[in-house]
Design a protein around this ligand. Structure first.
Ligand code: GLA
Ligand code: ZN
Length: 682
């Protein structure tokens, strides 16, 4: 449980009373109570108020607000306020100001604009945190700590460069090892002194291209990303340790951002007591894409329940078009979050600002100040419903038979790579496979490549380009014991420094897959080839289109399941299966259309019974959470129209209406049900 004091779903979010006078705050409290809010997060951006100068701290205004919240039974997720340093600090200690990718020293402004290796920033942020913890350690309504806010601050300053050298010394010990790891004899880059190392940036080895950031030295760029992710994590950890020393029993989090590239969230999650994240889908976003981010966030801590720290109750000011949430959308998206393993529904923000760039961002209390708005009413109703669920779903887990391997190092390396195709991007490939499972309501866990895979029937690793550590053995072990593994083109190429593994692709995976990839052809996306399927395969069409990348494969034991239909490699295998120990390993040597991936998942489903015991219905998403022996199904109708669902021979109780349901259920457009399965004698 997020906090054992609270056997209910946390409902509330970011509150910025520091932007308002007393009478408004009083009215806020009335409205927050009316809207069934039980928690607020604050003060996220109040460092300048809490510490007006280097020596002075001022907590009284916060004391007053915290007391008011306590008197009104509103709990507090206490933020450390360190995401935007005060201007006096930037002025007196310019070292806290970062240098950007193109070498510009930034002036003070914005937020999360500090150098992560600034000793001054670290000292002041930890001091403020310690003071907050000391002051509020016994505050009754404190339920969670929220460090910083959406960390995102790569820096390229001289100080970071110095620290980079130290980080590299620790990692490589000798320059000889470093020269080898980065392949520095290329273009005469051989280093003879640690001080000859320069941070890779837009001033030397890197440039922003049309679709991605490129580099001349992938090994160096990878290490810089790792170093930056670690440096920023160290800022978080300084505060984390200060909090843990004083309030060891209160959980600590920071709000993550889903498929966010710069930070290795698997590594970060090892230092978070609970994962929380901010979900801001754009207008018309595919529910599958949102579901994927939830599942990735749940995967960071091995499937433990996570928190939704922020979503918007209505429009987001920073989207290109600030569309309002359609009636029912707020509710449906909130339940989708719970359906994928969250135990909180929280928002940005409680009251709409009057000034600066977020003044047109949605809020529970809009500029009108009225409780008679559509959004306020939807919000209030949702709060009532969530409250009525009590602790029914809290701490329940999602059991998945399928895992997708996700890896930040691999993501960075693929997109730093010069070739094979400018169109090759990691997330769309992950998404293509994820969505095929999603459409069939087959739950997927995201795991890191070194995770224990033994509980899964199927593991998919789209473009497993980098084989680091013991990854190939981990996968072989899984397959040899009966697992099914699927991977694709551009897999098994490099080690953790992006150095090619010699002897033929996919190197260590060659015996597992029973193939040798002799060449890799890359063509403009408009040029298609054809996958001609082996006609004995059930559930597949005879042909599918494929494009982008085309492996030219030699079989070394694998059986071809599809052959290319054109070009000079016509008739050569493109889709193969190989038995390995007690399991099977599939290889997909080109980028097939999504119908192929859907049919592949259908084929796997018929062999492994992966999907839930409901008939699939277009636009209806179904997930299952399990709490001890109780099975709880979330049935979400993303369609505008109503749907009927056959419940077969089971009966359930609808946790929202408390009614017993059996044989069938009708859901209106954008409506949902949460069904707990009843045992025969219930
Ligand atoms: C982020 C931040 C919030 C706020 C919202 C606006 O998620 O964490 O402080 O700026 O965006 O959408
Ligand atoms: Zn810096």
């Amino acid at each position: 449980m997020i906090n054992s004091k609270l056997p209910f779903i946390l409902y509330g979010g970011d509150y910025n009373p520091d932007q308002w006078p007393k009478d408004v705050i009083k009215e806020d409290i009335r409205l927050l109570k009316l809207a069934n809010i039980n928690v607020v997060t604050l003060p996220v951006f109040s460092w300048a108020l809490l510490q007006p100068d280097e020596e002075t701290y001022n907590f009284e205004w916060l004391d007053n607000i915290l007391n008011l919240l306590k008197d009104n039974d509103i709990y507090v997720c206490l933020a450390t306020s360190t995401a935007a340093q005060p201007a006096w600090m930037s002025r007196r200690y310019p070292e806290v100001l970062p240098v950007d990718f193109d070498g510009h020293k930034r002036k003070h402004g914005g937020r999360v604009k500090f150098c992560p290796n600034s000793k001054v920033y670290r000292k002041f942020s930890v001091t403020l945190t310690r003071k907050l913890v000391e002051r509020y350690k016994n505050y009754d309504n404190l339920i969670l700590w929220h460090i910083g806010n959406e960390y995102d601050n790569y820096c390229y300053c001289d100080n970071c460069e110095k620290e980079f050298r130290e980080w590299l010394k620790k990692k490589y010990k000798t320059l000889d090892k470093l020269n080898k790891a980065w392949n520095m004899n290329f273009w005469g880059h051989t280093l003879y002194n640690w001080d000859e190392i320069f941070s890779p940036s837009g001033l030397n080895e890197m440039w922003h291209g049309e679709d991605k950031t490129s580099t001349t030295f992938q090994g160096m760029a990878l290490d810089y990303n790792r170093f930056m992710s670690d440096s920023i994590l160290d800022c978080y950890l300084g505060e984390y340790r200060a909090i843990k020393e004083i309030t060891p029993n209160i959980k600590i989090t920071t709000n993550l951002m889903g498929t966010f590239k710069p930070l290795d969230y698997f590594k970060w999650a090892e230092h978070m007591d609970i994962v929380s994240w901010d979900n801001y889908p754009s207008y018309g976003a595919d529910p599958a894409t949102i579901a994927m981010s939830h599942d990735l966030m749940r995967g960071l801590k091995n499937g433990e329940p996570f928190m939704l720290m922020e979503q918007t109750p209505n429009q987001a000011n920073w989207q290109p078009y600030n569309s309002v949430k359609r009636p029912g959308e707020l509710r449906l998206q909130s339940y989708q979050t719970l359906a994928h393993g969250a135990d909180s529904i929280m928002f940005f923000q409680m009251r709409q600002s009057i000034g600066a760039c977020e003044k047109y961002h949605g809020a529970v209390i809009s500029h009108s100040g009225s409780e008679n708005t559509r959004v306020f009413k939807e919000w209030k109703r949702l709060g009532e419903e969530l409250h009525s669920l009590g602790d029914e779903i809290l701490d329940s887990k999602i059991d998945s038979k399928v895992a997708i391997i996700f890896d930040w190092d691999n993501w960075w390396a693929i997109e730093f790579s010069s070739g094979p195709s400018v169109k090759l991007k990691y997330i769309p490939q992950i998404e293509k496979y994820y969505k095929a499972f999603y459409k069939k309501n087959i739950s997927v866990d995201f795991v890191k490549p070194t995770a224990d895979l033994s509980k899964y029937s199927i593991v998919v690793a789209p473009i497993l380009y980098m084989l680091k550590n013991n990854v190939s053995n981990n996968i072989k072990n899984f397959v040899s014991k009966g697992g099914t593994f699927i991977t694709t083109f551009f897999s098994g190429y490099v080690d953790e420094n992006d150095r090619v593994k010699l002897g033929g692709y996919p190197s260590e995976l060659r015996d597992l897959l029973g193939i040798w990839v002799e060449e890799l052809d890359a063509l403009p996306l408009e040029i298609n080839n054809i996958l001609q399927m082996n006609s004995t395969l059930n559930g597949f069409d005879l042909e599918y289109k494929c494009n982008m990348l085309f492996d030219i494969i030699n079989l070394e034991g694998a059986i071809p399941l599809a052959l290319y239909g054109s070009d000079f490699y016509k008739g050569r295998p493109v889709f193969t299966i190989n038995s390995y120990g007690e399991g099977d390993a599939y290889y997909i040597g080109s980028d097939p259309d999504s119908k192929f991936v859907d049919d592949l998942v259908g084929f796997l489903d018929s062999n492994y019974s992966l999907s839930l015991d409901f008939e699939p219905n277009e636009g209806v998403e179904i997930t299952k959470r399990r709490k001890n022996d109780k099975e709880i199904f979330f049935i979400l109708n993303h369609n505008k129209d109503s749907v009927n669902l056959n419940l077969k021979d089971y009966s359930y109780v609808n946790l929202l209406t408390k009614e017993k349901v059996f044989s069938k259920i009708t859901l209106k457009g954008m409506d949902l049900a949460i069904l707990r399965k009843l045992a025969n004698n219930d």
